[in-house]
Design a protein around this ligand. Structure first.
Ligand code: GLU
Length: 432
């Protein structure tokens, strides 16, 4: 079983989508199920509706899953397991106040050493614990030995017991901490491989230690994906528009192209343009580069254009807001100068809109539109052109400029003869 575990705390980041895609592909390859676990235990950061938005994005990208679960529904298991750990003396109640811990943290900072909990409450006598009315957290005892994580991308990564520390698993308000909830849920769901972002690497020994303390001996495999950098080499954050999947979709990038690009990043695929189902045939986590991948908008635009070319005309029509297949063919002509559906719309909508004619061609346009409105239907552009030229008496620039403006709503663009092929049935609508 694999899992994708998003937090419903903001717009879906492309890094998360990449994680979801990789989980989906590998689940298919291993013929295992993929579950979605909405990590909603941090009530303060949850945003209403984001869970559904994430699920809609997964559906849009064709990422299939067998089940959706909400982490908050497992809190009773988290509590039960924390109590079990206390009972087995693998965890302890910690009465240190936040103020006290902050003071210790500041001291460590001033002495330029990493802060570690000093295990002050690790071995309190039972009577001090039982009669103690002060608020307490539950901490798990730090491991005795080095923990080595085998990672498909990072190789072997080791952590010393001090780095893991005796950390908090249940807060004073009796809610589980992120690491505890996550570790227990992965165990309860019988997860075989965890694919996630490398920002979680430091959590991994903690989660491993939690499961080992609960005597869970199944070895979970890991793959921590390198972060995605923006064009100036900084971690792509919310401030980078392109980090938001929603933004990319609104900008007119196709799901198949976004997926293609995210799978290609930091990878060596056998071809540049592909669909997710093809990637299932050759994808390998072990081929993913260890170093951060840099987001390249030009590359994404190139891939998007190729995916737009591969759409059938009817589908492309719908993307640019028309029902008719011919507009899709026309849109393909405009792919010469557009790479997204949004850009295609800005080329195609003016064709059907009220035309804005510059002053210098006003006169000629009036004559020409009159001629076009009264013209018979012509199958071939050459015949149409010759007829309009003859009837209007316009020539050269005075003919071609207004013709392009009246037919396409723009001064420049693809060959009018090419455009005419797909517009000839709409002339009445276009030249009003
Ligand atoms: N909820 C975490 C996140 O959105 C993912 C945790 C995990 O995959 O273990 O970053």
């Amino acid at each position: 079983m694999l899992r994708f575990a998003p937090s419903p705390t903001g717009d879906m980041h492309i890094g998360n989508l990449r994680v979801a895609l990789f989980n989906y592909i590998v689940a298919k390859q291993k013929n295992e199920d993929l579950i979605i676990r909405i990590e909603d235990t941090d009530k303060e950061r949850n945003i209403e509706g984001k869970d559904q938005e994430i699920l809609n994005i997964l559906d849009l990208f064709g990422i299939e899953y067998s089940q959706v679960m909400y982490q908050s529904q497992n809190v009773r298991f988290h509590t039960a397991m924390a109590l079990q750990l206390i009972h087995e003396k693998k965890a302890f109640s910690c009465f240190c106040s936040s103020d006290w811990l902050d003071k210790k943290r500041d001291e460590a900072k001033n002495n330029k050493i990493a802060y570690r909990y000093d295990d002050a409450c690790a071995n309190l006598p039972a009577e001090l614990v039982i009669d103690n009315m002060n608020p307490f957290t539950i901490r798990i005892k730090k491991p005795d030995e080095t923990i080595t994580i085998k990672d498909h991308i990072k190789g072997n990564v080791s952590f010393e017991p001090n780095e893991v520390d005796s950390f908090i698993i249940m807060r004073q308000d009796k809610t589980p901490t992120y690491n505890f909830a996550c570790a227990v849920d992965d165990m309860l769901s019988d997860i075989s491989l965890i694919i996630r972002g490398e920002d979680h690497m430091s959590n991994t020994p903690k989660q491993d230690h939690i499961r080992a303390s609960l005597k869970y001996d199944k070895k979970i495999e890991y793959a921590h994906l390198p972060i995605i950098l923006n064009d100036i080499g900084k971690k792509m954050s919310k401030r980078d528009d392109a980090s938001s999947v929603k933004w990319l979709l609104e900008e007119g990038f196709l799901p198949s192209a976004i997926a293609n690009y995210l799978i290609l990043m930091g990878n060596k695929p056998p071809k540049e343009i592909f669909e997710i189902k093809e990637a299932i045939e050759w994808f390998s986590l072990d081929a993913i580069s260890k170093s951060p991948a840099r987001f390249d908008m030009d590359m994404l635009r190139h891939i998007n254009k190729e995916h737009l070319k591969n759409l059938d005309a009817k589908e492309l029509s719908r993307y640019v807001g028309f029902a008719d297949g011919e507009i899709g063919e026309l849109a393909k002509v405009y792919l010469e100068e557009a790479s997204t559906t949004k850009e295609l719309k800005t080329k195609i909508e003016p064709i059907f809109a009220q035309k804005i004619i510059p002053e210098e061609f006003m006169e000629q346009s009036k004559i020409m539109s009159e001629t076009i409105r009264n013209a018979p239907y012509f199958e071939e552009y050459e015949d149409f052109k010759n007829y309009i030229m003859k009837e209007s008496g316009l020539k050269g620039k005075n003919f071609f400029k207004p013709l392009r403006l009246l037919l396409t709503g723009a001064e420049h663009g693809p060959d009018v003869a090419e455009v005419y092929k797909y517009l000839k049935n709409y002339i009445g609508e276009i030249v009003k």
